[in-house]
Design a protein around this ligand. Structure first.
Ligand code: PMP
Length: 405
């Protein structure tokens, strides 16, 4: 495989760290990706050289900060091929973005309207909608899973009707790594007049996404899964839909005129950006996209698929191994249990070997309920990982199995 992973790893200072006297092996990329030096430096450069509030100052520092903040917005627009920078709203991340949309539709949807969620969602794409339906009495329906972790699209086609106003679904499941057929789901939803929100928290780091080609209505991602910092992400929405929904938070920056009688809102994207945003975070997000584009998402995808195939084949050779979401249609995540062992115990032993994996429900309890389990061990890969690290994982799991059996 022609991918210069050793050189790329030099860009990530954290990879020289030791955990329990062993070199860090980081397989928790689905929770948060690691950060390259160029992104870390962009944050200290901001605070060292042009820290100032944006949009309102006439002074040079404020202008420089505003320029870089807005140029990060342009980078996001270009990277994801949105139609207009006005359609890119900076948020604190995916959770915040989904809450903007759920709040926005609270007064638009009425009792009798229906919304559809996939059975594969992270809690952040379930709870905000439940909070919304409590207020407007819309009915929440669920697309069920199949044994291989894919969604049952035949049932989806039966669930959807002209009563369906919204469909919300993740692009890739964080708990299983399964890639959902969002293009098809968007087409079916649009035929029925429904609006679709795609949660791209897990897909955006692994392959190219073209928002206009997908014709998706709302899309969201978090920078910290894309080699960027925490506390920043974006909501994309088609302009006419963002114009339709009211803002979630009121305050400075998001207004056009304020009197004690009434307020008019600013134009997009500022209508949804009340208060001082995470300026350095947004700028660093732009640098993170530059970094990923330098390597190329096509190259990243090929290499990560190679790691995933290698790890899946090796893990399957371990006696008692159960992999959830065992379909070729997936990316970068292996969620597993070993018959008779507790996920938490396996994760704790792996940590002794310096190996970071996640254990538990992965904020996706309905998926665990479907498989009738309390949780899984989740190893999630990225382009910074190596075949040798996967070999270490297999050795450590084999050791854990012997110790715990
Ligand atoms: N959706 C999915 C699929 C996720 O994996 C995550 C993060 N684990 C979220 C939403 C929430 O993202 P954030 O915590 O960055 O808001």
């Amino acid at each position: 495989m022609n991918f210069d992973v050793e050189n790329i790893r030099k860009d990530f200072p954290i990879l020289s760290k030791k955990i329990n006297n062993k070199p860090l092996i980081y397989f928790d990329n689905a929770a948060t990706s690691q950060t390259p030096t160029s992104v870390i430096n962009s944050i200290s450069n901001y605070y060292n050289n042009y820290n100032a509030n944006i949009h309102r100052g006439v002074h040079s520092l404020s202008e420089e900060a505003t320029q870089d903040f807005e140029s990060a917005r342009t980078k996001i627009k270009e990277h994801f091929n949105a139609g207009d920078t006005k359609e890119i709203i900076f948020t604190s991340g995916t959770t915040h973005s989904i809450n903007i949309v759920a709040n926005g539709y609270t007064d638009i949807l009425k009792s009798g309207d229906e919304i559809i969620v996939s059975g594969l969602e992270h809690h952040s794409n379930i709870v905000p909608w439940q909070m919304m339906t409590k207020k407007n009495n819309a009915k929440l329906k669920v697309i069920p899973l199949k044994e291989n972790g894919e969604l049952d699209l035949k049932v989806f086609e039966n669930l959807i009707s002209d009563k369906t106003k919204l469909v919300f679904i993740n692009h890739v499941s964080n708990a299983l790594g399964v890639i959902n057929p969002i293009k098809k789901i968007i087409e079916i939803a649009h035929k029925n007049g429904a609006v679709v929100l795609v949660d791209g928290a897990q897909s955006s780091a692994h392959f190219d996404i073209d928002l206009q080609k997908l014709d998706v209505d709302f899309f969201t991602a978090s920078a910290h899964k894309l080699c960027g910092p925490t506390g920043i992400g974006f909501l994309y929405g088609k302009k006419e839909l963002l114009d339709l929904i009211p803002p979630y938070m009121g305050g400075g920056e998001m207004i056009s005129e304020v009197t004690f009688e009434k307020t008019t809102y600013a134009d997009l994207p500022h209508k949804f950006e009340a208060g001082t945003p995470n300026i350095s975070g947004a700028i660093a997000f732009g640098y993170a996209l530059d970094y990923l584009n330098n390597i190329g998402l096509d190259n990243i995808k090929k290499y990560e698929d190679y790691l995933l195939d290698y790890a899946t084949n090796k893990l399957k050779q371990i006696d008692g191994m159960i992999i959830y979401g065992d379909t070729p249609n997936k990316t970068s995540v292996i969620s597993f249990n070993i018959d008779g062992l507790h996920a938490y115990d396996i994760g704790s032993i792996l940590d002794k070997f310096g190996i970071a994996v996640r254990t538990g429900q992965h904020c996706a309890q309905p998926i665990m309920d479907y498989f009738k389990i309390s949780g899984t061990v989740r190893a999630s890969f990225s382009f910074i990982n190596t075949i040798e690290e996967i070999d270490e994982l297999i050795k450590a799991i084999t050791f854990a199995k012997q110790m715990l059996s």
